[in-house]
Design a protein. Sequence first.
Length: 436
Amino acid sequence: MKKYILNLLWMLGDRVSMLVFQLYVFSSIKRLYDLNTLGSWSTINNLSQILMSVFMLGIDIVVIKRIVENNDGAGKEIGSAFFIQIIGMAVYSLIFFFIVITFYNNIERGVLFYLVFVLSNFFSIFAKTIFWHYSALVESKYRAVTIISSILISFSITYTLVQFKTESIFYALAIYYFIQCIIAIAIYFIFFKKKVAWAFERSTSLMYFKIGSKLIISTLSVAIFVQADTLLLEKLVGVDEVGIFNAALRISTIWFFVAGIIANAFFPKIVGIKNDPASSMLMLRWMTGVVLFLTVFASIVVMIFGQYMITFLYGSDMRAAYHVLSIHIWSSVFVFMGAFSSKWLYANNEINLDIAKTFIAALFNVIVNWFVIPKYGATGASYVSLLSYFIANLLFFVFVTRTHKILISQLYSFKYFIFPSLFIKDFKRVKCLFQS
């Protein structure tokens, strides 16, 4: 278990560092320019992320799972998946450009933002591909060193450039991902002892394309969860509300990403025990309990200190974002629950169920927001997000017989709040799973 905990700490370190850097860029745009510019940046950024989620096919977790199951074929898996990602990147770039110049030509600096995000995403593919191998082998320290060193270098460069020309802040992400690309390649091929030669295999690439095509609905639905609110806010009430909404989300999503990090850190183990139902459900139940403790504590802290955070980061004129933050942060309860249930579904080849639950919740999100946003703006959108996460990560399991065991495990984990002794007892049993 020690290996997995250390892996988790490395992953937390690099992810938190990256999110803090993104928060620095986001808050700097607000302070150097205005709410309108921040909203415009957020709109193009969210559009980019939705398109990337579609054309990258969402195969990351599938690649990691296949490497865990057959490490000898890692080179073939990585090389074939990388080829698919490059093709997807080319299609994304063309369609993204068409949408920006056709539907968002009224946004100032729209083409500049487009170029920044395309370059950022292109460079990120190289590092992300290498990170698949680290995740599968529970070797995230190499990923952490790559990301943290890249952040330190790019922050120094960006901070210096901004002193001479404020517009340099817009290039911060592209600078970061370029540096990350160089460092990632150097560390993997020079220092990583378990590196493999990447190889393209047509049949494997086609397999990933077929799986990814099926996953498009799921990945697009996840993107809609996170990004559609912003696009609807821009269309229905304007970019100022987008700025307020995203200012709050930049804080709450730092915590949301922790859920994915914890689940990803233990995913190889979830795959390893999938054929032992009792152990598998014990793991799901206990880990859900752990993240529930964390998320309730964090939500209370944000409720108490959120207004100070908003003022410190964005200035006193952004206090309206606190109301959004105080609502949206409670979505983390269901985000954390869903992180482990989704990993369990993937490990047990129940991808269709994960797609279904995500699609239903995303559809609810879009339809309800269409009526709520014009009247309640960013605050209304935050309530809809909360309900959407509840539907996807808890309510859905009530209506599908095959997922009742997930529902039971999730509900059981709430007992840990009432009976801490159960939590300690189950921890001893979970610890044994890592010794076997």
